[in-house]
Ligand binder design. Structure first.
Ligand SMILES: [Cu+2]
Length: 295
């Protein structure tokens, strides 16, 4: 409840900044220990079917990004920094062929959650042109970014050099596995520092497994070839309880770190990377599924 109110307050500040200063640089003051207040610069991106809304200009530095999924479908907010000399339109057009991935750098952002859920990640953004994208794909096979969920914003100014957020769980991602410092921890808010130490883009999606499903069972389900589609864990029995996407951090380029502010209830979970390799094989199928327990 406190979290929701704070996010509304941040959104109000965003709107106030937008109306008072034209499309001014957004800077929210830290107020309490809510996820958005862990950094001096905080933005909220609202996801609905099928668009994003958020500030068009953000101050450079350590930025907390809260995605408010105000829609009914699952959405995420993948940040990309677009290389100088490439337009947002050209970048988005190049996503279909994969060409775009050579024209920008994956910079994290909140991973998939269901409708009505807010989720926060923190990442260091330097000046440049960015775009937020949702790659979630419905039954029609059309990714949401092609339906309008591609939102450009610019980052301006110099990174003031705020220290990294304090984290209590470190995860490194390599090609192709997760290395979790701990695989069992207590419920409540934790800050995960996620670092890509591999040579490819990786993400850390957090899925809560349904009662009775183990990480091994989830892995076996994903390995069933026809069912392993990105961001849609299918099972042979369509009525069987499904894992629930509860956040995490979207793809980070090699060498980058991001922070996940996770508040998980007790249960069995998996960390999964659904990014495809050059042959289109999900990293999940190459080993990027790690089980963990929240007590
Ligand atoms: Cu990966």
């Amino acid at each position: 409840m406190r979290w929701q109110r704070a996010a509304v307050a941040v959104l109000a500040m965003v709107l106030a900044a937008g109306s008072g200063l034209g499309l001014g640089v957004v800077r929210a003051a830290a107020q309490d220990a809510t996820p958005a207040a862990m950094t001096e610069i905080a933005i909220t991106i609202t996801a609905t079917e099928f668009e994003f809304d958020g500030p068009s200009e953000v101050e450079a530095g350590l930025v907390s990004v809260t995605m408010d999924n105000a829609g009914e479908f699952r959405h995420h907010a993948q940040l990309f920094k677009i290389d100088d000399g490439t337009s947002v339109d050209d970048f988005v057009a190049g996503l279909e062929t994969g060409e775009a991935f050579g024209l920008g750098t994956a910079h994290g952002g909140p991973a998939t959650v269901g409708g009505g859920v807010q989720t926060t990640t923190i990442q260091r953004l330097d000046a440049g042109q960015y775009v937020v994208l949702c790659f979630v794909t419905g039954r029609d096979g059309v990714p949401h970014y092609m339906k309008g969920m591609a939102f450009p914003f610019t980052v301006a100014g110099e990174d003031a050099g705020a220290p990294d957020p304090e984290s209590d769980l470190d995860v490194s991602m390599v090609d192709y596995q997760f290395e979790l410092a701990e695989d069992s921890f207590e419920a409540g808010q934790h800050v995960w520092k996620v670092t890509n130490e591999g040579d490819e883009n990786h993400e850390l999606a957090i899925l809560k497994l349904p009662e009775g499903m183990t990480a091994d069972a989830y892995r076996a389900m994903m390995m069933a070839p026809a069912d392993a589609t990105p961001d849609a864990a299918a099972t042979p029995d369509p009525d069987a309880p499904q894992p629930t996407a509860v956040g995490g951090i979207k793809a980070l380029g090699p060498g980058l770190s991001g922070w996940v502010v996770a508040d998980l209830e007790p249960g069995e979970y998996v960390a999964v990377c659904f990014i495809p390799d050059e042959n289109g094989t999900s990293h999940a199928m190459l080993g990027m599924i790690s089980g963990f327990t929240v007590r």
